[in-house]
Design a protein around this ligand. Structure first.
Ligand SMILES: [Fe+2]
Length: 211
């Protein structure tokens, strides 16, 4: 048995990055086409700053097994597309029964979650608050503040991500919008279609859980 080596990583709240990690990806505004309700407002943002970073993720992946844990930091810019707050693409774990934790380091955000059968949970988070995202919940984060939203996260290394589940349903069930009074409001997404019972069953059965 060769025992894995420990790893010490720094977290810079200021830059929103994990230090001494081994992974880094960036999403530009242009990469987020199709996510937002207001297409004209999105086009205006892309023409102004399409190649700038909308959010980025730095991470450390020690291995690929269930018992390994990926950890990292995500940093998202503040702002809105029309009335809709900036958000991450969102996903369900490809191995659906894998959970995740998100720990807010700075900024204000919402962990937007949707169960395979269409239940919605919106958990508002501020600094030093942790959200446990249970198995099987589709999740994305939304920046409802006026500063970067910086969060630490960790999840089993074989979780995988299915980003298409949101697209196949016409987006998530609600959109987090500016309420015009300095806060936010969840509004129904009229394009949303619930997943068919067979799709829900397949998600559960893929994880070895009886539907
Ligand atoms: Fe995840």
């Amino acid at each position: 048995m060769i025992f894995a080596e420990p790893r010490l990583c720094g977290v810079s709240v200021e830059t929103g990055m994990l230090e001494n990690g081994d992974g880094h990806y960036r999403k530009t505004y242009r990469d987020l086409a199709g996510l937002y309700a207001d297409a004209a407002a999105f086009d205006a943002i892309v023409s102004e700053k399409g190649d700038q970073v909308a959010y980025e993720v730095t991470s450390y992946t020690p291995g690929k097994k269930t018992s390994d844990m990926i950890m990292g930091v995500t940093r998202m810019e503040p702002g809105r597309v029309g009335r809709e707050y900036y958000l991450t693409r969102g996903h369900i774990h490809a191995n659906g029964d894998r959970p995740e934790v998100y720990y807010t380091l700075s900024g204000r955000g919402i962990m937007q979650m949707e169960s395979p059968d269409g239940e919605v949970r919106l958990v508002e988070m501020g600094p030093q608050q942790i959200c446990y995202v249970p198995p099987f919940w589709i999740h994305r984060s939304v920046n409802i503040g006026d500063t970067d939203l910086v969060m630490f996260f960790s999840y089993p290394a074989d979780s995988g991500q299915d980003y298409g589940i949101i697209e196949r349903s016409g987006g998530m069930r609600v959109r987090v919008m500016d309420d015009g009074k300095g806060g936010w409001v969840a509004e129904d997404n009229p394009a949303w279609k619930n997943r068919a019972p067979d799709e829900v069953k397949a998600i559960l059965e893929n994880a070895g859980v009886a539907a």
